[in-house]
Write a protein that binds this ligand. Sequence first.
Ligand code: 5GP
Length: 137
Amino acid sequence: MHETIFDKIVRREVPAEIVYEDDETLAFLDIAPSNPGHVLVIPKKNVRNVLDADKDTWMSVMETVRTIAPGVMKAVGATGINVISNAEESSGQVVFHLHVHLIPRFENDGHKLFVNKKYEEDEMSVVAEKIRTELAS
Ligand code: 5GP
């Protein structure tokens, strides 16, 4: 089992601004926020990321996201919120304990999250077929 700083936060060995807790999950402020009120929702269980998560663990994290997102937004006066979970290094995951970022958003806050690319001719249908084949196997 790979220990991370988030396990230490769960065990209260490292301080964190905890904003919500239930039996399965914990929510606390990100130490380097993308915007004020940036919250991380984690399972207390040691799980690497969504690719490694059992259904109950993932569902408990998602339920906490659903429960707290409106309050997080209201508390900081946000008009929107991004719900993002990075999985593995190439996606930007740095802490290898499943977490979902709740990033409050404001009009004209300067964020641009994703670039939009174009498919080459026929590429889109080829990619879709590959995914359908993979999911059917
Ligand atoms: P990732 O890039 O893995 O999706 O995001 C990890 C997040 O954890 C980062 O946004 C980072 O600021 C946050 N983080 C890393 N270490 C700590 C810590 O010790 N305490 C808190 N509250 N957040 C942390």
